[in-house]
Design a protein around this ligand. Structure first.
Ligand SMILES: N[C@@H](CCC(=O)N[C@@H](CS)C(=O)NCC(=O)O)C(=O)O
Length: 213
């Protein structure tokens, strides 16, 4: 059975939980206590080069890290990734956008805010991220005014990936009120059959106030 290396509060890991749930694919969970340095052990670094979750291990022992690479792998030959080269490349376009402009911007601001680390970050860095977050939300709103999901294909792993942190923008201090098309899209993603609504707050982990190694 496939193993998912997971940390409950990780929205990057939620992406994989969500897709596995859609696919009704059974898996076992191996928890990685990222604030207690479990991501930095020699054995875990062989699974995930950067020591991050999520990662997966297949039945045959092969391992794969980076949430969006895992999404692409698991979604191949399923309705969540187009079969044609151009359709797949359009999904990749949004997966790149997600890593550069959502996960590393809204995801970071949210993580710092929810774990009490924001005040310890240089204000210029926070301002830069806030500016980038607003730009990303404007981009999404403009695009989602034109079609119900991120690509013409319909609901796909692009939506799962961008939703993971995009939908949590308010927890990062970015109001979604000015973005009606983003809010409507969030509703459409949540209305998908098998949508995984359960969120796990950082506060469930007594170690999450520590800095990551
Ligand atoms: N680009 C990676 C980012 C993964 C990531 O940063 N995961 C966080 C949890 S959301 C983590 O494991 N952090 C632990 C660390 O950086 O040591 C992905 O999309 O999988």
């Amino acid at each position: 059975m496939l193993t998912l290396f997971d940390y409950p509060a990780s929205q990057n890991a939620w992406k994989i939980r969500q897709l596995l749930h859609h696919l009704q694919r059974p898996y076992r969970t191996a928890h990685v206590s990222i604030f207690e340095r479990e991501g930095r052990t020699a054995s875990y670094l062989r699974i995930s080069p950067a020591g991050t979750v999520p990662a997966i291990q297949l039945e045959d022992g092969r391992t794969l890290a980076e949430s969006n690479a895992i999404l692409c792998f698991l979604a191949t030959d399923t309705p969540y990734l187009p079969a044609d080269a151009f359709g797949r490349a359009k999904v990749q376009q949004w997966l790149g956008f997600e890593q550069e402009r959502i996960e590393s911007v809204i995801g970071s601001l949210r993580y710092w805010t929810l774990t009490g680390k924001l005040e310890r970050r240089p204000s210029a860095l926070v301002e830069m991220k806030r500016h980038a977050a607003l730009r990303a939300l404007q981009t999404l709103d403009r695009e989602l005014a034109q079609r119900p999901f991120l690509t013409e294909h319909g609901y796909s792993i692009a939506d799962i990936a961008v939703y993971a942190y995009g939908s949590r923008a308010e927890e990062a201090g970015c109001s979604l009120l000015p973005y009606p098309h983003v809010r409507a899209w969030i509703g459409r993603v949540q209305a998908q059959p098998g949508f995984l609504a359960t969120m796990h707050p950082y506060s469930d982990d007594p170690h999450s106030a520590a800095e990551l190694p």
